[in-house]
Write a protein of this length. Structure first.
Length: 247
């Protein structure tokens, strides 16, 4: 094996110590099998797909890289042809760190969404669900696949309020207005009513035409019930002269 100075930096060794040694000597044990299978594809193809793996580095432990392999043929001074494998090795450690940080942030946001009982959603211009986050299972009992491209947002409204809520929300649709803490009732998978606070923004194309809405619903049932109880208590106190009681 012959290498350039960039590869020296990746494995933390001098070129003189690398030349003539097998590439597998520098591949992390966890990636040996996948590299071997990847390498075998070169027996059938001129170029292989890139592979991501970790190289052993004498100074930093390991370095994540992307390797692209290709077959080549060289002619020596005696006009003899020799086959060789060229490898392009790119350091992607920084990218992997960003991916790990992004995954951690996503997990944190997901945990917060579960704790706050907030699910994200997207609907088209007709109100048909095109995306629902998995947290909806915690909030309404549905699996996302039960709603996506099957139900409209208004299909979850209680029958008694459906006409009013549809008219009110579709009015926002026609005017491309956002929803801010819009309190409404929906029916969960098991037939129970759940109070939610809806926030959503219109999604427009380059011509300003409505493509749909993107937003979230937060379960506020406990808060709503507490507010209703406080309102009832206030009414009872204000009306105490007429003997109103709370049971």
């Amino acid at each position: 094996m012959n290498v350039n100075h960039a590869f020296e930096s990746l494995v933390g060794k001098n070129k003189n110590l690398i030349v003539g040694t097998p590439i597998t000597q520098y591949i992390h044990p966890d990636y040996q099998d996948s590299f071997y299978l990847h390498f075998k594809t070169l027996n059938r193809l001129e170029h292989s797909e890139s592979i991501e793996l970790a190289l052993l580095n004498t100074q930093n432990g390991e370095v994540f890289v992307k390797i692209q392999c290709s077959r080549d043929e060289v002619i020596d001074n005696d006009n003899e042809a020799s086959k060789l494998i060229r490898m392009s090795v790119t350091d992607i450690s920084g990218l992997k760190e960003k991916e790990a940080a992004l995954a951690k942030s996503y997990q944190l946001l997901n945990d917060l969404a579960v704790q706050s009982k907030t699910f994200a959603w997207e609907v088209d211009a007709n109100g048909l669900y095109t995306y629902v986050s998995p947290v909806i299972t915690e909030v309404l009992g549905y699996h996302p696949s039960e709603l996506e491209y099957k139900l409209h947002f208004y299909d979850l409204f209680p029958l008694g309020n459906k006409s009013y809520l549809m008219k009110d929300i579709l009015h926002n649709f026609s005017n491309k207005k956002p929803f801010v803490n819009y309190v409404n009732e929906v029916v969960n998978k098991f037939g129970r009513n759940v109070w939610v606070s809806t926030n959503g923004m219109p999604v427009l194309n380059e011509h300003g035409e409505l493509l749909g809405y993107r937003g979230s619903d937060t379960d506020i049932t406990r808060r709503k019930l507490a507010e209703d109880q406080l309102a009832l208590l206030k009414y009872a106190i204000d009306s105490s002269s007429v003997g109103v009681s709370i049971s």
